[in-house]
Design a protein around this ligand. Structure first.
Ligand code: TXA
Ligand code: MG
Length: 351
């Protein structure tokens, strides 16, 4: 018995080491392949800590055109340029305020995008003809490895069809964009699960253009004040009232009205999923779907959950908005826009 354990241990040790070496080699090959595809103007789905991005060479107009085509995105909607390090900031932006360097130092790599005046090298196709450029250094190790090996900027909008749910798994990208992507880098589930916070530093007072994975309260630690939502509205697809939507209709109700609302929808013959942290008594045609109460866990799981529920044949997904503190503001933003996407298509209630 002793001998058997000893043998198992001895035999398994080198195996485990080999497996690790194999994994590293695989990751290395994946990175090399991704860089090769980017260099020849192809599209790579890249995992980031927020959502998967559809990456292309930011200096190649043909590759950029492919990104817009694959997503079905209007050409004047600008793209975020992803960099391998904050040291590259000066190559892509000009008149960079001190605040930008401070934010970059504190939060990059991470879920923060900075809106700055664009440097001359930034193509008009990237900025939609605007004078600002959005820049970010993502923290996912595979994304960082690709960006550092590529040694230049990479545009990467979320890797989904325009207006649809962002992908937080490689499988979401494959199912949505299929052969429109040349190479999918599978980096597992995105650990933040909601897009980056976009901070506009091109105006005198920094403001939030899109709430996201980094909360205003955390940004305040560097800024010295809690940044407000931007009143200046740049052209930005994520700021359209209807965006980030599942295919299934999403309806929002106050927490105290959820059961009543589910009952009314079931009475119309609808099959309803009620997304809520706590189980409640529901009508027969409604099903409780447990969601985390904790905001960062909810953000991490939200898109994946909506992707899954889209396949389960519900007529309506019913939920409430979380509190607005921390990244709750970003979750409220995404859920509201997702609900709006269906308002135009909801048949009038004839009862
Ligand atoms: O977390 C993220 O930011 C992800 C990952 C992949 O990095 N990317 C992402 O990209 O969400 P996208 O394109 O789906 O959303 C970026 C938003 C868009 O709404 C776009 O209009 C806006 O950023 N944007 C990009 N450049 C801009 C600019 N120069 N001025 C104003 N808005 C800009
Ligand atoms: Mg997007």
């Amino acid at each position: 018995m002793k001998r058997a354990i000893g043998r198992r241990t001895c035999e398994n040790m080198p195996l485990r080491l080999e497996a690790k070496a194999r994994m590293d080699k695989n990751a290395l090959e994946t990175v090399e392949k991704a860089v090769e595809v980017l260099r020849r103007g192809g599209l790579v789905a890249l995992p980031t800590e927020t959502v998967y991005g559809l990456a292309a060479d930011a200096q190649n107009p043909k590759a950029i055109a492919k990104v817009f085509e694959a997503k079905g995105r209007p050409l004047h909607h600008p793209l975020i340029v992803h960099l391998g390090s904050a040291d590259e900031l000066g190559q892509w932006a000009k008149n960079i305020p001190k605040t930008a360097w401070k934010l970059a130092e504190q939060f990059w790599p991470g879920p923060l995008t900075l809106l700055l005046q664009r440097a001359p090298r930034v193509l008009a196709a990237v900025t939609g003809g605007q004078e600002t450029v959005a820049l970010r250094v993502p923290s996912h190790p595979l994304a960082l490895a690709v960006l550092q090996a590529f040694q230049s900027g990479v545009v990467a909008p979320s890797a989904n069809t325009f207006g649809r749910l962002s992908p937080t798994l490689a499988q979401h990208v494959r199912e949505d964009l299929k052969e429109k992507v040349d190479w999918v880098v599978d980096g597992g589930p995105c650990h933040i699960g909601i897009e980056s916070t976009i901070v506009d530093l091109s105006q005198e007072v920094p403001s939030i253009v899109r709430p996201g994975g980094l909360s205003p309260e955390v940004l305040a630690k560097v800024l010295g004040f809690v940044p407000q939502r931007s009143t200046h509205t740049p052209r930005i697809s994520g700021s359209l009232p209807a965006h980030y939507a599942p295919k299934t209709q999403l309806v929002l109700a106050k927490p105290e009205a959820l059961v009543h609302c589910a009952t009314a929808l079931c009475a119309e013959g609808k099959r309803v999923a009620v997304l809520h942290p706590h189980k409640t008594a529901l009508p027969e045609n409604a099903q409780w779907v447990c969601i985390p109460q904790e905001l960062s866990a909810l953000a991490q799981q939200l898109y994946a959950l909506l992707h899954r529920l889209d396949k389960e044949g519900f007529d309506v997904l019913l939920t409430s908005l979380p509190e607005a503190d921390d990244i709750g503001a970003a979750l409220r933003d995404r859920l509201t826009r997702a609900a709006n996407a269906h308002l135009a298509t909801v048949p009038p209630n004839n009862d």
